[in-house]
Design a binder for this molecule. Structure first.
Ligand code: ATP
Length: 367
């Protein structure tokens, strides 16, 4: 039986706490003989000490191991001379060097979690934002032009190759899912501003072409401004949303807010050969070191990692372990006696992980 090696970068702020919690849960679900986690340095704190945000050894481990699990990176005041944040650079470097082109952000309302949208209960919101992750408006990161202190420009880049592959990823995903909660229809919504910029019209046209290969999936279009209204008023209409990099970044945070916030929102950055999993939140330095963070986003990202590895290696045990982690999170939340602080409860990071581990081992006993 294959055993998997995961390069683990705990990082800064709440990163180490949520990572430790996740390792506990994943090891409980799969067993220490099937998965090992190798702790690698990186992040803003590491940069402050050594001048390197992503050391060569850490990059090599990320490239050579089976998957990457990341806590969070970034510390207030740790910036590059141009004012951009050092912490963000860790996963941006991994994203570009390992070509992690599809950023999957599931937006799922779990039973027991109260949405600020009063008409929706557990299961009523369940879609995935697929954000193009390597081009769009963030393509010129580190290479924008600042002219004489008077004018700054960054260029929006949309390529056929970049759009085709992320569109294909979105349609493939819609084909495997159960459809939108409202009508069960498999649907990909293309989010752009095709009415304003030529580059977005091209993004839409390429998505249309790719759609030709997926007759069983409906295509739908929404302008980036209009979709912010729809995501609040009729979130159950959505199944998969594919968006240019910056729009995907913004709308996935809005989506997270509708299902309980950043502390429960997982994320996966996926390429053809590598993938990185981390909660959708940042390093939240305001609550770091207090056992106050919710580990759920990272734990659910860990479950996505098990599912990705399962598909890649055709490993049914991993699929089952990923399903069991999600089911255990669901049972703990539905029961309601362990609720993280950001969802209005009192349970700390460590106790939350322990409650999920207990739910996993109680399930084992009832088998
Ligand atoms: P980034 O720019 O790196 O995404 P950010 O500064 O925008 O990060 P976060 O670090 O995600 O934002 O934190 C925003 C706020 O959300 C924090 O102040 C924190 O209170 C809350 N938060 C984020 N993650 C969690 C979590 N896992 N558990 C509880 N609260 C969280």
């Amino acid at each position: 039986m294959k055993s998997y090696r995961v390069a683990t970068i705990a990082g800064d702020g709440i990163g180490p706490e949520v990572t430790a919690a996740t390792l506990k849960v994943l090891t409980e679900a799969l067993g220490a003989s099937r998965i090992t986690f190798e702790d690698m340095p990186g992040g803003a704190g590491h940069y402050s000490r050594t001048g390197e945000v992503l050391p060569d050894d850490t990059f090599a481990a990320c490239r050579d191991m089976d998957a990457i699990l990341h806590g969070a990176a970034g510390l207030p005041g740790v910036n590059y001379p141009d004012g951009t944040e050092v912490g963000n650079d860790l996963h941006l470097r991994l994203r570009f060097r390992l070509d992690l082109y599809a950023n999957m952000r599931p937006i799922r309302l779990w039973p027991g979690v109260r949405s600020p949208l009063r008409d929706f209960d557990g299961g009523g919101i369940d879609y995935v934002v697929v954000r193009e992750n390597t081009e769009g408006l963030y393509a010129s990161r580190g290479a924008g032009v600042l002219l004489r202190g008077e004018m700054a420009t960054d260029t929006l880049v949309v390529t056929r190759k970049g759009t085709e592959r992320v569109a294909r990823f979105a349609f493939d995903l819609a084909q495997r899912r159960k459809g939108a909660p409202r009508d069960g229809r498999a649907r990909v919504t293309v989010c752009d501003k095709a009415n304003i910029l030529r580059s977005y019209a091209f993004f839409r046209a390429v998505c249309d072409e790719v759609h030709g290969d997926y007759p069983g999936v409906e295509i739908d279009y929404a302008y980036a401004d209009a979709i912010t209204v729809h995501m609040v008023k009729r979130p159950d209409f959505y199944d998969v949303i594919v968006a240019e990099n910056m729009f995907g970044d913004i709308i996935s945070d809005l989506g997270a807010a509708t299902v309980g916030g950043m502390g429960i929102s997982p994320s996966a950055e996926i390429g053809d050969s590598h993938a990185l999993f981390q909660g959708a939140h940042g390093s939240a330095p305001d609550i770091a070191g207090q056992d106050a963070a919710s580990p759920l986003a990272t734990i659910l990202s860990g479950a996505m990692m098990l599912h990705w590895l399962a598909d890649r290696h055709e490993d049914a045990d991993l699929r089952q372990a990923g399903d069991r982690v999600e089911a255990a999170v669901g049972r703990v939340l539905a029961k309601g006696d362990h609720v993280p602080r950001d969802l209005g409860g009192q349970t700390g990071c460590n106790a939350m992980a322990e409650a999920i581990c207990r739910a996993l081992s109680e399930e084992d006993k009832t088998k």
